[in-house]
Design a protein around this ligand. Structure first.
Ligand SMILES: C[S@@+](CC[C@H](N)C(=O)[O-])C[C@H]1O[C@@H](n2cnc3c(N)ncnc32)[C@H](O)[C@@H]1O
Length: 210
């Protein structure tokens, strides 16, 4: 388990996370819940689920078996208050204990920009391993390109700067090297939605293992 991410979220930040990010995250949570509902999967994993905020939206709209995993005790303690059953487990998303092809769907939101690239590679590869062939991967993260306007970029830099430390360094490396492309090259693109002046994208991919 890598120490950098394990200790990144203190209890205070974990407790206010949903509140401060609600205006930005609400439409994204709704979008992903609607996509999952259309897809009607049997089982789903939210990798790096944080406070289980996305899981809360999913629980309202689908009957899918859901599991969340996260590495942070503080985020998980907030998550456990939100979910009646213990569906959020402490696991390292770069090395989970689920078998190959176990899930129909994986959700990966706001994780790949914040870890060191080698960990992000492992997490994305782990998602591809545990999701079935032709299963879906919903990936949400920052993208800066021609469709991102100045306000989106400035706002994102500001938020990530406030979070600071290694997290901010990892974010800058991710943006500078356009790393999301590297993590998703072997996935089949289905769709992309833009949020926050184009700075945040929700992607649907098919896990094409052939
Ligand atoms: C920015 S938060 C996003 C949380 C959630 N996905 C959301 O959309 O709100 C990133 C989360 O990833 C978790 N995390 C970071 N590295 C991880 C790892 N290797 N395994 C599991 N969780 C990890 C952190 O503890 C944190 O809860």
């Amino acid at each position: 388990m890598n120490k950098e991410t394990k200790n990144n979220y203190n209890l205070f930040f974990s407790k206010i996370y949903d509140f401060i990010f609600f205006p930005f995250l609400h439409p994204i949570r709704k979008k992903i819940a609607a996509e999952v509902k259309n897809n009607n999967p049997q089982n789903l994993i939210d990798m790096c689920c944080g406070t289980a905020n996305q899981i809360k939206y999913l629980k309202k709209s689908v009957n899918t078996n859901i599991v969340g995993i996260d590495i942070s005790d503080n985020m998980l303690s907030v998550a456990s208050k939100k979910t009646k059953t213990n569906i959020c487990l402490k696991q390292d998303a770069s090395n989970t204990n689920f078998p190959d092809n176990f899930f129909d769907v994986a959700i990966l939101s706001f994780i790949l920009h914040e870890t060191q690239p080698e960990i992000a590679y492992k997490i994305s590869n782990e998602a591809k391993r545990i999701v079935k062939n032709s299963g879906k991967i919903y990936l949400t993260d920052y993208v800066f390109d021609k469709k991102t306007n100045f306000l989106g970029k400035a706002g994102t830099y500001f938020v990530e700067f406030l979070v600071g430390g290694q997290h901010y360094k990892n974010f800058k490396t991710y943006i500078k090297n356009n790393l999301l492309k590297n993590y998703t090259t072997d996935l089949q693109f289905v769709s992309e939605s833009k949020y926050i002046f184009g700075a945040i994208r929700v992607f649907t991919f098919i896990n094409n293992k052939n």
